[in-house]
Design a protein around this ligand. Sequence first.
Ligand code: UDX
Length: 448
Amino acid sequence: MSEQREPVGVIGVGWVGLVTAACFAELGHPVVARDILAEKVAALSRGEVTIHEPGLEEMLRRNAERIAFTTDMSELLAGARLLFVCVDTPPTYSGDADLSRVRAVVEELPEGSDHVLIMKSTVPAGTGEAIRRDLPGLSYVSCPEFLKEGTAVEDFMHPDRVVIGADPGDEDAAAAVADLYEPLGEILHTDVSSAEMIKLASNAFLATKISFINEIANVCEEVGADVGEVARGMGLDERIGSSFLRAGIGYGGSCFPKDVTALKMLAGNTGYHFQLLTAVIEVNELQKRRVVGKLRAHLGSLLGKRIALLGLAFKPDTDDMREASSLVLAARLQGEGAEVVAFDPVASERAGELLEGVELTGSAMAALDGADAVVLVTEWREFAELDWADAANRMERALVVDGRNFLDPAALAAAGFEYEGIGRSASDRRISASSVARVQSTPRSLRP
Ligand code: UDX
């Protein structure tokens, strides 16, 4: 008989909570997952997965017998000692993180409880210390999550690093959490405040990389350089690295916008003005709006023009619409008097609740019918495989603004499109650059 693994409790079954529950079950742990939304708990108990995340549904199905979903806190407390807090911490009007859901969880813990509270929710540095002050007997561990939507299951099972923060007195609790993660990879042990800062600083740094390359892209447009080549050349420097240097129409999602603001506010609350992050946020806001200028440069006034958006989710392989660039872009286009029509392979239902006055279609081609221009907003794979020649015939004007530099400009030009990317040079320059690379990689004796 296999040995019984430590039971795991999960509080809040949103993206992070559900992935955490599924993956610990996959590792052989019994899991009790609690959420206050009875409807969500009922759906999950019936085996209906409430979010779109590759691999998650299969994993939950495979491990259905190990996971109990409940609304009942006492069932959770009876079922597990180690409790992962995965509730959301959205920004408040002041830009600080809203910790009310975290506080509600803490208030539900009985006094003298021997449970270990493991904070996965992103919270400002100092939160752990405050919770420990309120509940002196409680064991508290910070274990920030670094999951990316769309690859969350893979990220959980193969993490770059696991950070476990604990303060003196909680060494045993930290060791118990480390045991859970031991099969997965390298663990970094720190104090609680540093663990909290690692999470915020990591997201703020990645967002900074994106805003940086977006500004470089904007300069590339002025000087005729190609941001893809620039990013490739920069990324070859190990100190810089190649990831998160994809220029586009700005970052979105449930983490970057919120965490960058939260870190800026956290610093501000201590009296420190984090100037760099102010610029990162502003660049990101302006980047979403630059598409409008590109459309105007080709179409003149957008009044009455029919603009198709391909992709609405904040990135591919998710139906998450939180802080999606499409929301700002659609509203801006409507503000210019344009008629906006859109398609997303999975996010249409969620998007429909948020995008007033936007016509949602059942296919990409239907969105392009009669459009004066198309903007690629989210780089879903199926958009690269679209029959673009057919699309050009269906559109009023074959103009594409590729907001993610995802499409092949030469193929689009061959299909009859006027093509605009973000910081991409004219196609003739790029073709000559790649033919130089080809010649250089050909042995000298074979060169013409
Ligand atoms: C992010 C972090 O990567 C993850 O570690 C953290 O736990 C949660 O926040 P996520 O929001 O799921 O994950 O998506 P990510 O893949 O990081 O992309 C965020 C946004 O940045 C997307 O809108 C994406 O389109 C954009 N992005 C990303 C770029 O514009 N350029 C890039 O080079 C990379």
